[in-house]
Design a protein around this ligand. Sequence first.
Ligand SMILES: NC(=O)c1ccc[n+]([C@@H]2O[C@H](COP(=O)([O-])OP(=O)(O)OC[C@H]3O[C@@H](n4cnc5c(N)ncnc54)[C@H](O)[C@@H]3O)[C@@H](O)[C@H]2O)c1
Length: 230
Amino acid sequence: MIEIGEVTVPAATVSRLPYYLRALRDLLRDGVTTTSSSALAERSGVGSAQLRKDLSYLGSFGTRGVGYEVETLASSISTALGLGSEHRLAIVGVGNLGNALANYSGYAARGFRLVALIDADPDVVGRRAAGLEVEHSDRLEEILAARGVSMVILATPGAAAQAVAERIVECGVREILSFSPVALQLPDDVVVRSVDVAGELQILAFHAAARHAQEGATVDGRTAPAATAR
Ligand SMILES: NC(=O)c1ccc[n+]([C@@H]2O[C@H](COP(=O)([O-])OP(=O)(O)OC[C@H]3O[C@@H](n4cnc5c(N)ncnc54)[C@H](O)[C@@H]3O)[C@@H](O)[C@H]2O)c1
């Protein structure tokens, strides 16, 4: 459970809030002012019962027969996610992945400002991406402090990740999005979200194997196995 202001929200709910917010912002862009829970759920890619339960943690926003006011709900979710103020972001490790992430154009629209690119390789330092120059990691502490960085995307090789993460945390950063393939050991008050594309693909492979097993069993006329995990 995660405390947001005066309410406590399950971590799984927090992880779905960005999807609701994106769907609501799409609706606002299309000039839609109210939406039903089922329409919003469909746009967000979750079930409507799940959506209603998630939103109930933030307070009661829906009106029976009318639905949700899009702007009010977007604003409430945005506040709950702490997006009222801009988060200043740095990318550490500007190789293939870091460079691609630097060139993502969606940060600003979602409350983030990329303010620093940092790398250890002298051949990478000085290159430009997203209007920023890559700076040397020898100056990491100085750069994070001077730019007011509050969140870091870590995209170094695994071997460097722990040491770099410790330096980042020493600077007071408490939120790290890590693409490095290692389990970082950091103080309890540091929140690390790890992204593992290959791991996600392995989960898809599990689902594919389960489906094939089920199809095979059906074709054979045997009872289908219970491997239907979601
Ligand atoms: N999680 C995922 O889904 C996923 C997907 C692709 C890559 N990765 C991982 O992301 C990381 C980056 O991948 P890549 O393909 O961009 O690799 P890359 O080798 O192209 O880039 C890594 C960069 O980190 C820099 N670096 C090394 N040590 C550093 C340090 N101490 N401080 C700052 N920068 C440092 C290197 O100079 C290099 O520019 C790797 O760990 C890779 O395994 C994860």
